[in-house]
Write a protein that binds this ligand. Structure first.
Ligand SMILES: [Zn+2]
Length: 166
């Protein structure tokens, strides 16, 4: 146990995903050593993201206003929807530059059991609407997360997406 504020910082850092007690302690002591301005910048970035960033009312991507920059972009085809699990997956898809437009819903959930089950569920819900429903092709590692796939693998999977046959 450390002095009150130090222990409070360790406790807060330890609540972050992927940060265990030892990492929390290491980060806390790093912050104690850095210049005050550097620590203030981190505190301000956390404050600003909580004060200014919300979830897009159309698609749940992160957004500074009501809608995200993708939904505001008039060059985007609103008849094509790509479904991902998390906003960071959206960034991975955007990097492939394979996202173009037709009347289709691309289901880009993670290639694991949960992602497959979600994809099947969504495909069944969308079937009565008469839109083309596709799923990313294989090439992505099964059991993995999209955010860890390299751009080429993800791009090939995107280009080779297949109909789900529902
Ligand atoms: Zn949006």
């Amino acid at each position: 146990m450390y002095e009150g504020p130090v222990q409070d910082l360790i406790d807060e850092l330890g609540r972050l995903p992927g940060v265990g007690p030892k990492s929390a302690q290491r980060i806390a002591f790093h912050l104690l050593k850095v210049e005050a301005a550097d620590a203030e910048r981190l505190a301000m970035a956390i404050h600003e993201v909580k004060a200014r960033v919300h979830f897009c009312r159309n698609c749940w991507n992160v957004a500074e206003g009501d809608t995200c920059r993708i939904c505001k972009d008039p060059r985007r085809d609103a008849t094509l929807v790509c479904v991902v699990e998390e906003p960071r997956d959206l960034v991975a898809i955007e990097k492939t530059r394979e996202f173009h437009g037709i009347r289709e819903v691309i289901i880009a959930t993670n290639p694991n059991v949960e992602g497959e089950a979600t994809a099947m569920y969504l495909a069944r819900l969308l079937a009565p609407l008469g839109v083309r429903v596709t799923r990313l092709a294989s090439g992505l590692p099964v059991g993995g997360d999209l955010e860890y796939a390299d751009e080429i693998t993800l791009g090939r999977a995107f280009a080779g997406r297949r109909d789900m046959g529902v």
